[in-house]
Design a protein around this ligand. Structure first.
Ligand code: BGC
Length: 588
């Protein structure tokens, strides 16, 4: 027989899965003046009090992180007492505007307040380079470009700005920073990382978290623990992909030295949630790795926040979902990301606790960690955002910051006395697949998981930036493919802006990251009609340009600069010097 929650009004004798839901009219259903509701008490006291009042169903609900598109009904937030909701890459409200986000999250929070204990929700997003699911938000350079700036102050400010824009829309959890250490640029997630240098990654990651933490209600989600960037080519179990979600065969010493260090800095910086990667270490999945999660992360490093799983990571490739979930929870996973089915999660969890496969002590530990973070972040004691808070989204201040970040991220790969260009240059030919394309300059994780090709979001393209920078007397001709009419005299300078299409995760794995034939033809076409050729590469990683680079006069890596393409013109035309340094090796 199922457990009855009999001491609260409207208790639902529906077996194991549900928590008590109060009707809107019935105010007496919610207890008041309890110790956990008293903001003057210590977090510890509040957590102990609240935990002591919770049923098993309520505890299990807190351990669920549900992708919002999989909610069968928003009332399930109350019925299952869900602890957290999220938007995965591209997970957006029907009205994908800042107000649309605010309304959506507010509605979800309202549902959480229908439960008797009224535990607020965490709402998590991938704000990988600004609050980038939302058109109109400031889109900062992807992490690889920030790695090139190697500027902790700047990255801290970007952490603050991203947190502020997200907070205004009701978000209180961001699945960033990415602390992976890239080992192989064929990996499609290279651009999500600060590069390949552990020390730089640790410092920038720490700065980002410190920035985020200045916004009191915002929770940083450091990821992906651990060793994801060391996966080897061809070891991914999923045959669609080549390296992502693969296996790293490295010694423990190497794992600690290269890949653990950024997480140690993150914990020092006050990271209170850590996402477990979808990868393996020496053929063992990290998600089931008690030694790494419980012994190293929690016990040895003293991480007192909560650990959460990534996407379908607990179940991926596992024929027995129940065994997989039990293993993950017992390995130390406190909250489970559930992109598809939270009802199954609830069922397995109840059964596992009743059978003794998961101890109540483990559940209490997980829920204590989650509640502690919720109290520490002030979620129980804050008021909802309102429309005026949204002014910060895409504000001039943040766009100016993004422009500075773009300027500092540019790396001058080659320069035969061409750059910087004079603003008074007489004639310019501009061409290329990434010249007039905010989607390409923003890359993946921009409005959609894999980004969008084309000019769909507000911002300045690189072409527009150049047009706005040169003198009125400069004659600019632009053609996407460089098919210009035969010039009577060669242009002073040709600028070809080329690079990668947007992509995300394993879909970006690429055996030979390089320019497309079309891009090469465009460069040739521009070169043929220009006295000097400058090639600007818009990409998430180093591309193989070695066969051509000798015939080009200057080459600039601009990474994935985001919405403020004008920052590129600032440097090309000498208002700001080139200062960016390669965040990983680029063989020329
Ligand atoms: C990625 C994570 C991301 C999550 C939620 C996963 O596929 O690996 O980095 O945070 O999706 O969107």
């Amino acid at each position: 027989m199922g457990m009855y929650v009999f001491f609260w009004k409207n208790a639902v004798p529906v077996g194991e899965q549900f928590v008590t839901v109060c009707s809107n009219e019935d105010v007496s259903c919610h207890p008041t003046n309890l110790p956990y509701q008293d903001a003057t008490r210590s977090t510890e006291e509040r957590v102990v009090d609240l935990l002591g009042r919770m049923s098993l169903a309520e505890k299990i609900g807190q351990m669920a992180l549900v992708e919002k598109d999989s909610l069968k009904h928003t009332n399930d937030i109350a019925t299952y007492g869900l602890g957290a909701i999220m938007s995965g890459g591209g997970g957006k409200p029907t009205d994908n505007s800042p107000t649309g986000w605010q309304d959506m999250i507010q509605l979800f929070q309202t549902k959480s307040q229908m439960t008797r204990l009224q535990i607020p929700l965490l709402y998590g997003v991938d704000a990988n380079h600004g609050h980038s699911n939302v058109p109109g938000a400031t889109i900062f350079p992807h992490a690889i470009g920030l790695g090139a700036t190697n500027n902790t102050e700047l990255v801290k400010k970007i952490g603050i700005a991203t947190a502020q824009e997200a907070e205004a829309t009701g978000v209180n959890w961001i699945f960033s920073p990415n602390l992976d250490v890239t080992n192989d640029v064929r990996w499609g997630r290279t651009y999500e990382t600060f590069g390949s240098n552990t020390e730089t990654i640790a410092e920038l990651g720490q700065a980002f978290i410190e920035g985020m933490n200045t916004v009191p209600t915002m929770l940083a989600g450091a990821k992906h623990f651990i060793g994801n960037g060391a996966s080897e080519w061809g070891t991914s179990e999923n045959k669609n992909f080549f390296i992502d979600q693969g296996n790293a065969s490295v010694s423990e010493e190497e794992l600690r030295y290269t890949h653990l260090a950024p997480f140690i800095s993150a914990i020092d910086a006050g990271a209170k949630s850590i996402m477990i990667g979808l990868n393996q270490w020496n053929n063992e999945k990290i998600i089931f790795h008690t030694y790494l999660i419980q012994d190293v992360l929690k016990d040895e490093l003293g991480f007192d926040g909560f650990v959460f799983s990534d996407w379908y990571g607990v179940y991926e490739g596992e024929s027995n979902k129940s065994t997989a979930l039990i293993r993950a929870i017992n390995a130390g996973v406190d909250m489970v990301m559930l992109p598809y089915d939270y009802t199954q999660f609830s069922r397995i969890m109840h059964r596992a606790v009743q059978n003794g496969d998961i101890s109540e002590a483990r559940i209490d530990d997980a829920v204590t960690r989650i509640l502690t973070v919720k109290f520490e972040k002030g979620l129980f004691d804050t008021t909802p955002t309102n429309v005026s808070d949204l002014d910060i989204v895409g504000s001039k201040k943040h766009k100016d910051l993004a422009r500075i970040a773009v300027q500092q991220s540019l790396v001058l790969l080659k320069n035969n006395n061409v750059l910087p260009l004079s603003k008074k240059v007489r004639s310019l030919l501009i061409a290329g697949s990434s010249a007039d394309n905010i989607g390409r300059q923003s890359g993946g994780w921009t409005v959609e998981w894999s980004g969008i090709d084309g000019n769909w979001i507000p911002g300045t393209t690189i072409l527009e930036g150049i047009k706005n920078t040169v003198s009125p007397t400069t004659h600019i001709q632009y053609d996407l493919y460089g098919s210009f009419p035969k010039q009577t005299e060669k242009a002073d300078v040709g600028i070809a802006i080329v690079g990668e299409m947007p992509y995300a995760e394993g879909w970006g794995d690429n055996a030979h990251p390089s320019l497309s034939e079309e891009d090469i033809e465009t460069i040739e076409a521009v070169k043929a009609q220009s006295k000097k050729i400058v090639v600007i590469i818009v990409s998430g990683r180093p591309l193989d340009i070695a066969p051509y680079v000798d015939t080009w006069d200057a080459v600039v890596a601009v990474w994935l600069p985001g919405s403020e393409g004008i920052g590129i013109a600032d440097v090309l035309f000498g208002d700001v010097p080139f200062t960016g340094k390669l965040p990983l090796e680029w063989k020329l």
